[in-house]
Design a protein. Structure first.
Length: 158
């Protein structure tokens, strides 16, 4: 069986859990602590860095073998946990003001640096070091790692 099939099954099961779990008694214990917030962004850094390395080494194979989706799946699960907590709490106070502020600053920093990254990737493509198809995974993994790293830096700074 291909990786795509397993990812699809895991996606369907994750959707079922998010749909059914808020109606169960297990939902009362789920919440997002400060440690959970940091773990989500550590997963983002790990997925981003692993994806960058894999995209540079394997280039087109990353997309053809669905390694791209497989590397993003742990972060997808972490974000689905955040969505689940949000659905259970039925309010917007899942993240505190400081976390929201830190994520906004990290988003602004990431946006500025991702523009520089795009020009760098474009120059590598023009020099025929990279193929055109690997451009998107490199951009996604870079911005993911940079955003998560920026969030943790902002979070620990203040």
């Amino acid at each position: 069986m291909s990786v795509k099939f397993y990812l699809l099954i895991a996606l369907i099961l994750t959707g079922l859990v998010i749909w059914l779990l808020p109606k169960s008694k297990l939902a009362a214990g789920l919440r997002l602590s400060e440690t959970g917030f940091q773990i989500i962004h550590l997963i983002g850094i790990i997925c981003g860095v692993c994806g960058l390395v894999a995209s540079f080494i394997y280039q087109d194979t990353v997309l053809e073998s669905h390694l791209y989706e497989a590397l993003l799946f742990p972060l997808f699960l972490a974000y689905m946990y955040l969505l689940l907590v949000h659905r259970i709490r039925k309010s917007d106070d899942v993240l505190d003001e400081k976390q929201i502020h830190d994520m906004a600053l990290a988003g602004a920093n990431t946006f500025a640096l991702s523009i520089i990254w795009v020009f760098f990737l474009h120059s590598l493509y023009k020099e025929e070091i990279l193929s055109g198809t690997v451009f998107f995974p490199l951009f996604v993994f870079f911005t993911l790692a940079l955003f998560s790293l920026n969030v943790l830096i902002q979070y620990r700074k203040n």
